[in-house]
Design a binder for this molecule. Structure first.
Ligand SMILES: *Cc1c(COP(=O)(O)O)cnc(C)c1O
Length: 430
């Protein structure tokens, strides 16, 4: 039989739509998804990739294994703890439970005792205030950039934001803080130079037009050498102007491992009136923008109309509460992993596949603590293994460096070591 003849036996769409396996798939998949699976399979049969008699089976299998999201979970074997391309912080089991609990109807904006409407996100706010007693009030918005935009809009729209030229940073993917601030209608009043800014630069710039002073943590680069900047402690001597500190990373308290990373408690006790930070960097929670600070300043931000446009969804509020109130988040565990333990884990995988283990420095990532190496170990594999690992099941993202494929176990939960080993074995077999 020729290919053209065989094509006549490809089942028709109406027949395929009535198959029991397709009928029951309607519980999980939309009609357009089912039809596109059917069409794609008929197309494969027309091209001769599968026989006409296989079409029903292939469709049933495709619908059976199709997941609710096509996002694929990835084992992060790069050693980069906050990996932007992998969605930054992985959530703790507690935070995942909270997500599920909040996924239906929940009392996110309701007082069940009175039946009346309540302030949105009370629980996340209280968790943040308990974890950072230096703050009088807290507000959660969509992300760190939104927190900063809300701060400059509420405090300085139509007026000036005084900021050092050494802190006008690009936060990644071409987004620049000066552009972001200018888009709010506030005018940037740049002071000092790239490497040196002094107290009198700020003092001279402050006047009736000043909406706020802004200190930005230059999180993703370092200026070494002939430098000077002004601390919050000094800035607080300038009275009558709110001081906003954009911390970036989201540490609530100091971490001795990252001495140069600012934290909310220290910034607030040093003189910041309000701090802004991300929820999904070193805090280790969901994407969110955290605002902590004085009641009057946080209140001005919460009451501004823009606050409604950047409000957080209930899922993020639930996961954030669980992260802040819970034990060390996965990000914190990966950051503080014991190098000896990492070596034992790497050696077990290396021994099983006849590879070697090499010293390997992990990184904080996410634009945080750029100069800080996290000493650890990696399994060294041939470079070709990288592509097969990425496309394997589970997908594994290794680091490709210096002609080698490096598997750093720092950010892989220890409970996943066996899955990682099987993925490595499969990638080496090919
Ligand atoms: C990451 C970062 C931001 C942006 O926060 P997102 O949560 O990514 O929106 C703003 N400022 C600084 C200093 C940062 O490091």
């Amino acid at each position: 039989m020729t290919q053209t003849d065989r094509r006549r036996f490809i089942p028709r769409t109406d027949h395929l739509l009535s198959l029991p396996a397709v009928q029951s798939a309607r519980e999980h998949h939309g009609e357009h998804v089912i039809r596109s699976v059917i069409q794609a399979t008929q197309e494969r049969a027309r091209r001769g990739e599968i026989g006409p008699e296989e079409v029903s089976e292939v469709i049933a299998a495709a619908l059976q294994t199709r997941r609710a999201t096509t996002l694929r979970p990835v084992l992060n074997a790069t050693g980069v703890v906050v990996h932007t391309n992998l969605g930054r912080a992985p959530l703790s089991p507690n935070a995942v439970d909270a997500l599920v609990a909040a996924s239906g109807y929940v009392d996110v904006e309701l007082d069940l005792t009175t039946g009346a409407r309540s302030r949105r996100g009370v629980a996340a706010r209280e968790a943040l205030l308990a974890a950072c007693p230096a703050a009088e009030d807290a507000l959660v918005v969509n992300n760190g950039a939104a927190a900063l935009v809300l701060a400059t809009t509420a405090l300085a729209a139509g007026r000036e934001v005084v900021v050092s030229r050494g802190e006008l940073i690009e936060i990644g993917a071409g987004f620049r803080l000066p552009d972001l601030i200018a888009s709010t209608g506030a005018r940037l009043r740049e002071v000092g130079t790239t490497n040196r800014t002094h107290f009198r630069d700020y003092a001279d710039a402050v006047g009736p037009e000043t909406g706020c002073l802004l200190k930005v943590h230059p999180s993703n680069f370092r200026v070494d050498g002939f430098t000077a900047s002004v601390s919050l402690d000094e800035l607080r001597q300038i009275r009558g102007v709110p001081i906003v500190a954009d911390l970036g990373s989201g540490l609530l308290a100091p971490d001795p491992l990252l001495p140069d990373e600012p934290d909310a408690a220290t910034a607030l006790t040093s003189g910041a009136d309000v701090v802004t930070a991300s929820g999904d960097k070193l805090l280790g929670g969901p994407q969110a923008g955290i605002v902590l600070g004085r009641t009057d300043v946080v209140g001005r931000m919460a009451r501004h109309p823009l606050a409604r446009a950047v409000r957080t969804d209930k899922l993020a509020l639930a996961a954030l509460e669980a992260t802040v109130a819970g034990g060390p988040a996965p990000v914190v565990q990966a950051l503080h992993a014991d190098p000896d333990r990492l070596r034992v884990r790497a050696e077990r995988i290396a021994d099983a596949v006849g590879a070697s283990v090499v010293p390997h420095d992990g990184r904080v990532g996410g634009g945080g603590a750029p100069g800080v190496p996290l000493p650890g170990w990696a399994v060294r594999l041939p470079e070709e293994a990288a592509r097969r690992l990425r496309l394997g099941d589970p997908a594994v993202l290794p680091r490709v460096h210096d002609g080698a494929c490096l598997i750093d176990v720092r950010c892989v939960p220890e409970a996943d070591d066996d899955r990682l080993l099987r993925a490595v074995e499969a990638a080496l077999k090919h």
